[in-house]
Write a protein that binds this ligand. Structure first.
Ligand SMILES: Nc1ncnc2c1ncn2[C@@H]1O[C@H](COP(=O)(O)OP(=O)(O)OP(=O)(O)O)[C@@H](O)[C@H]1O
Length: 266
């Protein structure tokens, strides 16, 4: 992150060992990184490197075995109020018996907002993801990509200070995925929210991020923090066909290959 920028998320020496049934798995050994307010940072790494473990710890859903996580200066000890999470499994994250509008509204009710304010925020979020006309539909009447847009609308309507995304587009088709990537960039630019985005897809991480954190294999540490100095205005065709994109993609790809072979930072 830029020196002097305010820190939104501070992960300091995070460790996590799973124990039980007479065995223990050291998933995360020592993860340390900071994300500045308003940054968009992607995380990639080999399968089983501990990406989901890390996100669950940040979301306050899982206790670490060591280290500290701080959000906006407050230690994370349970689900923090200023955080929203979008998961891969949109089918399970929306309530099928509630309309799109009610799904997006739910966290705003829990936040205690009045009716008029809730309606205004829900309308704005649905308009931002292009789903205002579907407000009265139920999730099961929508395509997978549309359902994921509802999940994104619900997260942004909440106005989180940090948005965590755990492989949110892994289950949608390639064309929808490209549209959703551009939607995330657009919302991020409009709202100034801090985004931490976990993906398996190296191209996606380079296209979306301002930085890409490459994780080592287990027990996990940061292998490298790659700055993505592509222009802010990104375009699926032009950006992805540029030499700069190809060079960054190659760099991240090589790092992930090294991580898979067990290479660790010196
Ligand atoms: N509840 C658990 N009990 C024991 N071990 C676990 C548990 N959850 C995860 N692990 C182990 O911790 C390690 C990291 O798992 P995690 O799901 O965080 O990795 P990941 O990077 O998200 O994987 P993938 O990329 O395949 O989704 C793996 O070795 C996994 O087997």
């Amino acid at each position: 992150m830029e020196t002097g920028a305010a820190v939104a998320l501070d992960v300091d020496g995070l460790a996590k060992t799973y124990t039980g049934h007479g065995r223990s798995v050291e998933a995360v050994r020592d993860l340390t990184f900071r994300i500045g307010k308003g940054e968009l940072v992607c995380i990639v790494g080999p399968s089983g490197a501990g990406k989901t473990t890390l996100l669950r710890c940040i979301a306050g859903l899982l206790d670490g075995s060591g280290g500290r996580i701080t959000l906006d200066g407050t230690a994370v000890t349970g689900p923090p109020p200023g955080m929203a999470v979008v998961f891969q499994e949109y089918g399970r994250s929306l309530f099928p018996w509630l309309t799109v509008r009610r799904n997006v509204e739910l966290p705003l009710r829990e936040k205690g907002l009045g009716r008029a304010e809730r309606t205004a925020k829900v309308d704005a979020a649905l308009a931002a993801v292009g789903l205002l006309e579907n407000a009265d539909a139920h999730p099961w009447q929508l395509s997978g990509g549309m359902q994921q847009r509802v999940a994104i609308a619900r997260a942004v309507a909440y106005e989180p200070s940090v948005l965590l995304m755990d492989e949110p587009f892994a289950a949608v088709d390639a064309q929808t995925r490209a549209d959703l990537e551009d939607l995330v960039r657009k919302l991020w630019q409009q709202l100034g929210v801090t985004v931490l985005f976990v993906t398996h897809d190296i191209d996606e991480s380079v296209y979306l991020g301002q930085r890409v954190l490459v994780l080592s294999n287990r027990p996990t540490v940061i292998l490298e923090d790659v700055r993505i100095d592509l222009p802010d205005e990104r375009d699926q065709l032009q950006t992805r066909s540029s030499q700069q994109f190809a060079d960054l993609r190659t760099r991240v790809y090589e790092l992930v290959q090294l991580a898979k072979k067990g290479h660790r930072p010196s």
